[in-house]
Design a protein around this ligand. Structure first.
Ligand code: HAM
Length: 419
């Protein structure tokens, strides 16, 4: 019989990648909690309108990349292509703004975009997403960026570049849009890529951050957004940069950084790596002061970012896997009960480990213990039972000790602590 295959762009995840994901999530929780962020979990399915109203109906994400379908009652639903819109909806549903002046929320999980799969680009991918709602201060932008960089540093991702720009506000951006549209109207547009040919009319700002060499060449002399900004936006951006400098955060200003989602205003940023190929951004975000209002809520400012977990996993050391504390071997059937009880006791005391009852030669059992990555191999056979001892082998240095069962827990715990 033929087998049912998985869907293109949707991946199964086994160790070591799933271990790396766990490591990333643990690290994110540890770092974000130091900044007062709370974890929120939102559904993967929302009304399609939530995304067209927030991300923008003319964006590639909404126009071409959403998984949208009708449910049995004919309502249009979409799998979330990103987390921000759902977080805003949940924030409004729960009226969090009436409980606290500033809400700091993070969320993690799968997102869905019907894009052409390639290295670093999946149709189901995972994001770690942070939103800070309630402050329009440039300190909020700088603190959030610093938190993102601390997370990436704690994770051990190296050689990243922070790119930053400001998109201005509802006052000054239309001025810039008009200046850019006027510039594009007087150049020869025939060399623009097909997407940009369409964007010239619908979303000219996006022509600027197109990676296509011909589009880049055509916009080389285009007016720059910072030159059109109002004094308030200029001061806000200068302050964000000053707060970054004071923390010694290195950045590159990139006047082409527009981002693919329409809700941004003022600060936008991306963290890019040269090691992933074309899909270089491992994280992206910015300020979205009008978004909550657009979704029918009060006028509450916000700033946030999302990291792509698959792209981060690609950059992380996959050899650093999660290691069990012990691998417990029953050398013959008569000791199985004792082994089972000891294993349960060690786990109840907080240690992690595997039990092996499968009859096999000693060498083969030790090979299996080695492959498991366990820090200690515990061996119980008839000799050990007769002497009332357990043999404990340190798998890092090969040193072996025999000790009473009652001492095993403290011995392992002390060793793991010094590891
Ligand atoms: P985004 O730039 O669309 O922003 O996505 C953020 C990150 O998700 C990207 O930098 C990339 O690492 C990852 N990513 C995006 N699409 C894919 C894909 N198809 N396959 C693999 N990874 C992908 C947002 O989603 C905003 N909601 C971020 C934000 C939060 N802005 C404010 N708050």
């Amino acid at each position: 019989m033929s087998r049912v295959t998985r869907i293109k762009g949707f991946a199964d995840m086994f160790p070591p990648e799933s271990d790396v994901f766990t490591r990333m999530q643990d690290c994110a929780r540890a770092v974000f909690s130091r900044y007062g962020f709370m974890e929120l979990r939102t559904p993967v399915l929302e009304f399609a309108e939530l995304f067209s109203r927030s991300i923008g109906s003319e964006t590639d994400v909404v126009q071409k990349e959403m998984y949208t379908f009708s449910d049995r009652k004919g309502r249009s639903l979409s799998l979330r292509p990103e987390a921000t819109a759902g977080v805003m909806r949940a924030f409004l549903d729960a009226s969090l703004f009436s409980r606290e002046p500033v809400s700091r929320l993070f969320t993690m999980g799968p997102m869905f975009r019907y894009e052409r799969p390639q290295l670093g680009r999946m149709r189901q991918f995972h994001q770690i997403n942070c939103e800070c709602l309630g402050s329009d201060s440039p300190v909020a932008d700088a603190e959030l960026i610093a938190m993102l960089l601390l997370f990436l540093a704690d994770l051990g991702v190296k050689d990243l570049t922070l790119k930053i720009n400001s998109l201005g506000c509802a006052e000054c951006r239309p001025r810039y849009r008009a200046a850019l549209a006027a510039y594009l109207a007087q150049v020869d547009q025939s060399t623009l890529c097909a997407d940009c040919g369409r964007r010239v009319l619908t979303n000219p700002l996006r022509v600027l951050d197109c990676k296509h060499p011909a589009c880049k060449a055509l916009t080389a002399q285009a007016p720059k957004i910072l030159d059109c900004q109002c004094p308030d936006c200029g001061r806000h951006f200068d302050a964000v940069l000053a707060f970054l400098r004071v923390q010694d955060v290195g950045f590159e200003q990139d006047h082409r950084l527009m981002r693919g989602l329409d809700y941004y205003c003022r600060t936008t940023f991306e963290v890019v790596s040269g090691a992933i190929g074309a899909q270089a951004a491992v994280a992206g975000g910015g300020r979205y002061d009008g978004l909550v209002k657009t979704l029918g809520g009060p006028d509450i400012p916000g700033v946030g970012f999302a990291c792509g977990m698959e792209r981060l996993a690609f950059l992380l050391d996959k050899k650093q896997r999660l290691r069990p504390d012990f691998y417990l071997l029953a050398l013959d059937a008569t000791v199985q009960l004792q082994v089972f009880v000891l294993g349960q006791k060690l786990r109840a005391a907080g240690l992690s480990g595997l039990l092996n009852f499968t009859p096999a030669g000693f060498k083969s059992l030790m090979r299996q213990a080695g492959r498991s990555g366990a820090r200690y191999c515990l061996i119980i056979g008839q000799n050990e039972t007769a002497a009332g001892l357990v043999t404990v082998k340190n798998m890092n240095n090969g040193v072996q000790n025999a000790m009473p069962e009652a001492d095993v827990f403290h011995f392992l715990q002390a060793g793991i602590f010094h590891d």
